[in-house]
Design a protein. Structure first.
Length: 78
């Protein structure tokens, strides 16, 4: 929280912080830092998801190869 002290001439002085509440500038900086951290986390999760999809695809190919080795296609099968 911020306030302006009344000057002896009746005008208002510079903004000064009072209490433990964050100023709008401090809140903005905290939100920007949080936003950056969230974007980095989402990017990491997205990259991990891509890696898991690739791993899943490879496992499916191995399972298909094993199935074809166990049950070879007969001539004329589609």
């Amino acid at each position: 929280m911020q306030r302006r002290k009344r000057l002896p001439g009746g005008g208002l002085g510079e903004l000064e912080k009072i209490g433990s509440l964050e100023t709008p500038e401090e809140q903005l900086a905290a939100f920007q830092a949080l936003n950056k951290n969230l974007m980095l986390t989402v990017t990491d999760m997205f990259e991990e998801n891509i890696e898991l999809r690739e791993l899943n695809r490879n496992v499916m190919l191995v399972v298909t190869d094993l199935y074809e080795a166990i049950y070879p296609a007969e001539e004329g099968d589609i």
